[in-house]
Each structure stands twice: as structure tokens, then as C-alpha cells.
Design a binder for this molecule. Structure first.
Ligand SMILES: [Zn+2]
Length: 195
């Protein structure tokens, strides 16, 4: 038996979103597909980070609800189509390896893997996080910048790539990843963020 991931009522059809009609409308009300244009790349943000979406993302990140990656990948894939993002590869901004070991999974990696299955974009692991960074939201701009210096290193020389991240806060992590890519001569890339 399938249950709606939000209201937990029984589903009579196996929807790929795992949501009943009503909750699907609720989730749709958080859609924004905002584009932030930078000189070298664009950042696409799919949802407003609030209400039920915030609840689901927190459940996904902190309560081992990895099945939600499949649900979110529906929306990520749709955004790729709607925004006409023509890329060959899909990757992600990773968490620090030791942190992943503790959590058991990397939430952005799973999003990229599920979206790869759904879209046919080739999955690649483009960068590695070299050091454990503090939670950035507590820091001011200068502290964030300092914290992120040399945080990433290129793992795989892959151009023509969409890079997935889970939550957009200040853009400083994305900026740092983009610096790593630019230094390696990678030119064609965009970021796609869940919320
Ligand atoms: Zn429901």
C-alpha cells in the first residue's frame, strides 16, 4: 500500500511524487523556479524553503528518509526540462566525507543520482570537499569566505554539467565551487538547487 508522504493518507495510484492530489497542490504552491544570473553561470532554485517543503527537506536530510530523493528528483527533472537546461552531465556539491559516513548518505549526491536516472544525464562526481566547514548560516560574510577558502578540489574534469545542491542560503558555497571549476578551465555549468 502506498501512502502520501505528507498527509499519510492511502494512495490509490502509484504516483511518482508519492503525494495525494491535495498534497501535490500544496507542494506546487511552493514552486518558484527562480534564476540567479552570475557572470559565468546561473543558479536555478526550485522551491521556497518554507512550510511543508521545509518539513520534507528536513526529514530528508536529518531523519534518514532517503526515499524522498526519488520524490524530489521528479521536481528537479521537471525544472531541467522547463528551464531548458541542455547539459550532458549531472553532479552535486558534496558534504565532507566523514560527515557523510556519520549520516550514511550525502543528500545532494542522492538527488543527483535519482535525477540522473530520470533524465538520462550522466552522473559524475565533479568535486570533493577537502575540509569540514562550520555551519555557514551562523557566520558573517567575511567569516564565511574564510571558512570556504580551498574547501573544494576538482575530482573529475567534466564540462557541460548541472550541479545539484540542496539548500540555497547565501551562494557562498556555490561561489567557491565555481572558483574551483574556473581554475580547472571548466566553462559550461549551472547550479540547480532544491530550495
Ligand atoms: Zn496527502
Amino acid at each position: 500500500m502506498y501512502k502520501c508522504i505528507l498527509c499519510h493518507n492511502e494512495l490509490f495510484k502509484n504516483y511518482s511524487e508519492m503525494l495525494c492530489d491535495q498534497c501535490r497542490d500544496t507542494i506546487a504552491s511552493y514552486l518558484r523556479l527562480e534564476v540567479i544570473k552570475k557572470e559565468q553561470y546561473n543558479i536555478y532554485i526550485i522551491f521556497f524553503y518554507e512550510g511543508d517543503i521545509k518539513k520534507l527537506i528536513r526529514r530528508y536530510k536529518f531523519h534518514e528518509s532517503t526515499y524522498l530523493a526519488k520524490v524530489f528528483s521528479v521536481y528537479l527533472s521537471r525544472a531541467i526540462l522547463e528551464a531548458k537546461l541542455n547539459f550532458k552531465h549531472i553532479s552535486y556539491i558534496p558534504m565532507y566525507a566523514k560527515k557523510k559516513k556519520v549520516r550514511g548518505y550525502d543528500q545532494s549526491e542522492l538527488l543527483a543520482r535519482e535525477t540522473s536516472k530520470r533524465t538520462g544525464l550522466q552522473f559524475r562526481s565533479i568535486v570533493t570537499r577537502k575540509k569540514r566547514t562550520k555551519s555557514l548560516y551562523r557566520l558573517n560574510r567575511a567569516e564565511r569566505k574564510k571558512e570556504l577558502i580551498d574547501a573544494f578540489t576538482l575530482n573529475d574534469l567534466v564540462d557541460d554539467v548541472i550541479i545539484i545542491d540542496d539548500i540555497y542560503t547565501t551562494g557562498s558555497t556555490i561561489h567557491e565551487v565555481s572558483k574551483t571549476l574556473e581554475e580547472s578551465g571548466i566553462k559550461k555549468y549551472n547550479f540547480l538547487v532544491l530550495a
